[in-house]
Ligand binder design. Structure first.
Ligand code: SAM
Length: 236
């Protein structure tokens, strides 16, 4: 695994942000829930497996999927031998990756959706809803406009949200916020989300909301607002 960029944050190999070395509250709830059910679960955008490894330790059977084969290779090397039979891996990217419908007892998509355009988010949430068994749960986490480099344009997000824009956090050109230039492979845009937007997209595809809110690591190590989370349930 690459060296941390700063304490607790491991850079991805494909310039899709950083994997946290610890689970946020929503990813931890996924890991706990995954260990409590018999059905196989999915961690999509798993990176080096922070949530997958926690779920495996809880006894879950899990498919870990990421768009970057290098991340999956690192994850496979981190799995203790006695947990390997619980894990399947897959390389693929939302919204086009495909799994059979009504397959999983739970799905985690943590800190992936904000790398997508609005229509891709809609297609991804629809696809994940399709892959859930009836009664199964979708756990979503996304970076908010209050995260890291994007905080300086958070007032613009607040203004656009108040004006009713569909994707109020969308940043068309992130380069100025990253010191003026993009690393090769870095996306030019970003689509930070908030809990309301996660709820809206889950409800659009017929899921009901069990829980939603801000999460993250606050200055006092309490909950912060860097991440938005939602847990949604597929009707039986
Ligand atoms: C910021 S990291 C988050 C990793 C981890 N899920 C977490 O919560 O810390 C984003 C991860 O999602 C993957 N990813 C980004 N866009 C994706 C997509 N469209 N489909 C699948 N994986 C994607 C990246 O390769 C990277 O491993």
């Amino acid at each position: 695994m690459p060296e941390p960029f700063m304490e607790g944050l491991i850079p991805t190999m494909n310039h899709r942000g950083f994997m946290s070395e610890t689970t946020d509250s929503y990813s931890q709830k996924f890991a706990d829930y995954a260990g409590s059910i018999d059905a196989e679960v999915l961690d999509i955008g798993c990176a080096y497996g922070v949530a997958t490894l926690a779920a495996l330790e809880n006894g879950a059977r899990i498919v870990a999927c990421d768009m970057d084969a290098g991340h999956i290779e690192v994850l496979e090397g981190r799995v203790p031998p006695h947990r390997r039979s619980q894990l399947r891996t897959s390389v693929g990217a939302l919204p086009d990756v495909s799994f059979p419908t009504r397959t999983f007892g739970a799905i985690l998509c943590s800190r992936v959706l904000h790398f997508m355009l609005g229509d891709e988010i809609k297609r991804s949430v629809q696809a994940m809803a399709d892959w859930l068994q009836p009664g199964a749960k979708l756990f979503l986490v996304a970076d908010t406009p209050y995260t890291g480099f994007w905080q300086s344009v958070a007032p613009e997000y607040e203004r656009r949200k108040a004006a009713g824009e569909e994707w109020p956090g969308f940043i068309a050109d992130v380069a100025p916020l990253l010191g003026g230039k993009l690393a090769e492979g870095n996306l030019a845009y970003l689509n930070p989300l908030d809990p309301d937007l996660l709820v809206r997209e889950c409800q659009r595809v017929g899921l009901s909301i069990e829980e939603c809110g801000y999460t993250g690591h606050g200055a006092d190590n309490g909950e912060g607002n860097q991440h938005a989370g939602a847990i949604a349930v597929k009707p039986v």
